[in-house]
Ligand binder design. Structure first.
Ligand code: AMP
Ligand code: ZN
Ligand code: FE
Ligand code: FE
Length: 283
């Protein structure tokens, strides 16, 4: 079994890249993809640990691109992490994250919560600062008891401390992954809030931008959603991938490899297909 969607302390997960690989080995996973938000900072330590523990680490990332609903997430697999153009994109996207986090801190201060940007930054393990780091800083003040409560009351879209972030167009984001030799996969399609023809039309547009695959297995997907997305992927000749979206304690209830109450199970055969797709890309 494998897990193609995981986060570490290099973005908003709570396990270090090394500890994540150790957990994968304990769970007898043969491979994991490290897919931190807008950063590849965890790939090198995870890969080194993977070699020690016999876990294949797919160099990956998860980027955010614009959509009508606000944002959509695109996973990139087997990107060349040292690619200079990719590095330039990631630096710009992380700068937008930092600017946004500063504005969210200012909002929270206006609301009477005395948190500092430094305390948010201290929660982050790289330049990739996200709302879970703001949530943790807010928890420290005692204003909320959990990350989930922080999102529900203040941080999610429509709540008082939410601030939107600059994001690339899908074409630019997918292009950045592909130009770095990566395989581009639409993450958790359920979060787009689209169905039927509308969903199919959007995914077709993304395919025209270079999309290679779609995340069918995910912690938030029901069995019927999996069936719908698998059928759409087959219809559009897209790779069917999957992963838990494990974030450690920042998303309690999601287990590495198996998702929520065992609803994720990705066989090794998916990795073979992903590698074939990456090899075609590289050729
Ligand atoms: P950001 O990338 O800064 O916009 O933050 C989005 C990230 O926050 C997502 O990738 C999730 O990891 C996390 N997240 C989003 N909604 C929630 C929620 N309701 N509870 C906990 N974590 C969340
Ligand atoms: Zn996340
Ligand atoms: Fe995501
Ligand atoms: Fe994710």
């Amino acid at each position: 079994m494998i897990d193609l969607h995981t986060h570490s302390t290099a973005s908003d997960g709570t396990l270090t890249p090394e500890a994540l690989v150790d957990l994968a080995a304990e769970k007898s996973l043969t491979a994991i993809a490290l897919t931190d938000h807008d950063t590849v900072a965890g790939i090198e330590p995870a890969t080194a640990r993977g070699q020690l523990k016999g876990v294949h680490v797919v160099p990956g990332l998860e980027i955010s691109v614009r959509s009508l609903a606000g944002a959509m997430h695109i996973l990139g697999y087997y990107v060349r992490v040292e690619d200079l153009k990719l590095q330039t994109h990631l630096a710009a996207w992380c700068a937008a994250r930092q600017e946004r986090a500063q504005r969210m801190v200012a909002r929270l201060n206006e609301l009477g919560y005395g948190i500092s940007y430094a305390s948010v930054q201290a929660r982050a393990g790289s330049d990739s600062i996200g709302r879970p780091h703001v949530a943790r800083a807010l928890m420290e003040t005692g204003a909320v008891r959990s990350v989930a409560e922080a999102f529900e009351r203040y941080l999610r879209r429509g709540r008082p401390a939410f601030v939107p972030r600059e994001m690339p167009e899908p074409k630019e984001g997918i292009g950045a992954i592909k130009a770095a030799g990566g395989v581009a996969v639409l993450a958790h399609p359920s979060t787009l809030g689209l169905k039927g023809e509308e969903l199919a039309a959007l995914v077709k547009d993304l395919k025209d931008c270079g999309l290679d695959g779609m995340e069918v297995h995910w912690s938030g997907h029901s069995a019927s959603q999996r069936a719908v997305f698998a059928q759409l992927a087959q219809h559009l000749s897209l790779l069917e991938t999957g992963g838990s979206d494990f974030h450690g304690d920042n998303k309690p209830g999601i287990q590495l490899g198996t998702g929520r109450r065992g609803n994720v199970r990705v066989p090794d055969s998916v990795l073979e297909k992903l590698r074939e797709c990456a090899a075609v890309q590289a050729a």
